[in-house]
Design a protein around this ligand. Structure first.
Ligand SMILES: NC(=O)c1ccc[n+]([C@@H]2O[C@H](COP(=O)([O-])OP(=O)(O)OC[C@H]3O[C@@H](n4cnc5c(N)ncnc54)[C@H](O)[C@@H]3O)[C@@H](O)[C@H]2O)c1
Ligand SMILES: O=C(O)C(=O)C[C@@H](O)[C@H](O)[C@H](O)COP(=O)(O)O
Ligand SMILES: [Zn+2]
Length: 361
């Protein structure tokens, strides 16, 4: 077990992100914020068989007389539902979980968002510790307290802001992550460079092969840097009243694609890669950035094995209809995160639908 780095997240209820190899088996680390005697581990059918036992043992070392329950959902986006939310809530009720219960979210962003929403809701709010096992969850979803489930009408339309008590990132779990999911996580890593830091884009270009080969030092740097970019913005704007919306770069397109595919097509990071390319092209068309920058962003995403164009079966009309239900919109219509070139983005209200239709082809 080796704690490499910590990132402090300030704001209304500060917490710490621990990053290191083997941390899931570190009793002191995983249990540091656990107050009561009840614990509920929420995980999925891919992750639970690999890591749930390790976490349970660590928790039992920390509190030998504890009451630990595990709720396992089917792996995949299609599980981020109100039905599974209700099922996890029922598990807490059957367990007799008191308000000092801690929910441990062990898995990718699907588990993290669902378990976080349960924690936001049970007895009006209990503790949640995020234990992300996918790269995407390590660099993005475990941090910042956005919790949600999807409904057929749209992604993340039902949810709450509920900050985790702690985030523990065991980088050793990436050894079992499928390559497709590694690539998906890299899309959100690229996002930070695209919106905040051209220097980070250059670093990603130089270290692309090392990242794809899961080189320890490169991966550790990408995770820590990503957590720092996200921590900085969510501590200034925890409830997305302003600048936090920049983290939604590419997401209006991405969520429309995921919803239109019924949450069983592209995975979130893949949809975000396409969404960022579309947002970059739209920004160039509107005169905010250049085609050259858009091409550079696209090339980096392609290098990470990510798709950059809309699946052929999806029509522009259907996607625009989905985009109208995006949470950032207001009375002026589509409100999109547009791009000023590498490292700079802005929220633009009243984006004309015909311009959007043009980049959707
Ligand atoms: N709350 C936020 O701020 C935020 C940010 C970004 C994304 N999200 C949400 O996160 C979700 C996407 O997260 P994701 O990409 O982690 O998807 P995911 O949770 O579906 O995980 C991806 C796949 O990898 C598997 N997996 C995870 N870790 C593994 C490991 N170590 N070994 C083997 N298999 C492993 C999972 O079982 C799953 O099949 C979406 O629902 C998205 O909306 C939320
Ligand atoms: O943390 C945020 O803020 C983000 O927007 C991060 C996104 O990567 C993430 O996909 C988020 O869940 C999208 O939020 P939503 O508000 O558009 O549902
Ligand atoms: Zn995202």
């Amino acid at each position: 077990m080796k704690l490499d780095t910590t990132v402090d997240v300030g704001g209304p209820s500060p917490y710490r992100i621990d990053i290191g190899s083997g941390l899931l088996g570190d009793a002191a680390c995983v249990s540091a914020q656990w107050r009561g005697r009840h614990a509920l581990i929420v995980s999925d059918t891919h992750v639970a068989p690999l890591y749930s036992e390790r976490l349970q043992s660590a928790l039992r070392i920390a509190k030998p007389s504890c009451n630990i329950n595990t709720h396992v959902i089917e792996a995949g986006e299609a599980s981020k539902t109100l039905a599974n939310f209700a099922a996890v809530i029922d598990t807490l009720a059957v367990q007799g979980a008191t308000r000092d219960v801690c929910v441990f979210a062990l898995g990718g962003g699907v588990v993290g968002d669902l378990a976080g929403f349960v924690a936001a809701s049970w007895m009006r709010g209990i503790d949640c510790v995020q234990l992300p096992t996918s790269l995407l969850a390590m660099v993005d979803s475990s941090v910042g307290g956005k919790t949600a489930v999807d409904i057929p009408a749209g992604k993340n339309l039902v949810g709450a802001f509920h900050l985790p008590r702690a985030v523990v990132i065991d980088t050793a779990t990436l050894a079992t992550l499928p390559a497709r999911e590694l690539h998906a996580g890299l899309a959100e890593v690229v996002k930070y460079g695209a919106i905040f830091d051209p220097g980070f884009i250059a670093w990603l270009e130089t270290n692309a092969d090392a990242l794809l080969a899961l080189d320890d030092a490169a991966i550790a740097h990408a995770i820590a840097a990503s957590c720092r970019y996200k921590a900085a913005v969510v501590e200034r704007d925890p409830f997305e009243k302003g600048e936090r919306a920049l983290l939604n770069f590419g997401h209006t397109f991405a969520h429309a694609i995921e919803t239109e595919q019924g949450y069983g097509g592209l995975v979130h990071g893949e949809a975000v890669a396409i969404g960022m390319v579309l947002a970059a092209r739209l920004s160039a068309r509107l005169g905010l950035s250049s085609d050259k920058d858009a091409a550079r962003l696209q090339a980096l995403l392609e290098r990470f094995g990510l798709p950059v164009s809309i699946p052929a079966e999806l029509s522009a009309d259907a996607l625009i209809t989905r985009m109208r239900l995006d949470k950032k919109n207001d009375a002026n219509g589509l409100r999109l995160v547009l791009w000023d070139g590498m490292g700079r983005a802005r929220v633009v209200p009243g984006v004309p639908e015909d311009a959007v239709g043009h980049v959707l082809g």
